[in-house]
Design a protein around this ligand. Sequence first.
Ligand SMILES: Nc1ncnc2c1ncn2[C@@H]1O[C@H](COP(=O)(O)OP(=O)(O)OP(=O)(O)O)[C@@H](O)[C@H]1O
Ligand SMILES: [Mg+2]
Length: 417
Amino acid sequence: MTNGNLYMAIDVGTTKVCTLIAQVSPDGELEIIGTGVEPSRGMKKGLVVEIDEMKQAVVNSVAQASEGIERDLPGACIGVTGAHIISVHTSATLPNLNGDPNKVITRAEMDRVIQLSHPKVNAGQELIHVIPQNYIVDNVGGVRNPVGLKGHQLTVESHAVIGEATSFDNVVRSVENSQLQVKSMVLEPLASAEAVLSAEEKETGVVLVDIGGGTADLAIFIGGAMVHTAVIPVGGFQFTNDLVISLGIPYEEADKAKVAQGHAIPDEVEPDEMVAVKGYDEELPHMVRARDISRILNDRTDELLRLVLMKVKESGLRVMPPAGVTFTGGGANLRGLEELARDMFPGPVRIAQPKDILGLPEELKSPTYSTSIGILLWGIHHPTEQIAYRGINDNGSNGKGRRWLQWLAQFIGAARN
Ligand SMILES: Nc1ncnc2c1ncn2[C@@H]1O[C@H](COP(=O)(O)OP(=O)(O)OP(=O)(O)O)[C@@H](O)[C@H]1O
Ligand SMILES: [Mg+2]
């Protein structure tokens, strides 16, 4: 049945683990051939806190996805996020390439200048992406691809993404076992962007906000490249937890009420609408006013949108990019979010679900699965055979054994797609 190249993505999230297996046929057709979604319990705010529980959720999700696939599973592409992740701008210059008046910039020179732009990271940190945004050739800026241009001096301005090595290692350890290897990792909002943004939006300028269970991840694209990333430690968990605390109800009940009847705008809820929730004592269900739920959700949504605005300002942008703000992730399903966001942000606002892919089951065509599908697409569009994730050293240290960056030159340009 399956004869194309196989790819696997594992989205290890705060609320769910989603595994996708796809094949790309010899003529380039992409088809999803296996999906597995399993609740996850071992993660908080994008960080693995219970490795054994997480391992079990990953094993179950991969088992579901690989049912009926009688081939060896490929290495997985995984997503990473967390408040420890920071992004920095860097630049580097290769001067006086040579005196030949017809000197043309080569691929090797482009790779070298990118390599020079890698920022130094402290012990315990790991560089996961270096994305060139702009090249300057002999003082002429705005160059997308300098290879083949005449010039004697080449500068690159890059966007680098750095995080705590131990946090990345914990995600990797929760996935790897004797049968499963991690091949590459991608920053989650960069993956989500792959699944929901058009090339035109990235070119014009857009802010992508992925509201997950534990964090809201933000990525800003301008001129076709990612220029800023930020992670806000507020996700669906905090929305639900507010209901738990304010209404004195169990977490699962609060989450159900939020998903089924939650609305971020109290005035849009009928004043007499009631929601039945089970209390801690299951014998005693009680009725809660839907408007009270909505008021609580409204406060948290307002806070989150303000934090998004703050992060956009911190990125150095004075105005919102022209294509506005696109929300995705499970939290973006909250009714009323789009309307509140329209009041808060100038310009377009949209809630995005992932692009359709052959074989994608109906239930996965939702903002909840944007990151999962994005991780898969990233793994396919940015082939990483060269990175060969080498895992954690026997002595538990990271660093030397891993060389993600050797392959960066391979996807330069691809990051701009
Ligand atoms: N209709 C809805 N209204 C409000 N919230 C919703 C709705 N549907 C799902 N959610 C929330 O979305 C969150 C899960 O989103 P998602 O699946 O994107 O998170 P995750 O990938 O598991 O977490 P993370 O990426 O933060 O690690 C949960 O908190 C859930 O309550
Ligand atoms: Mg997620």
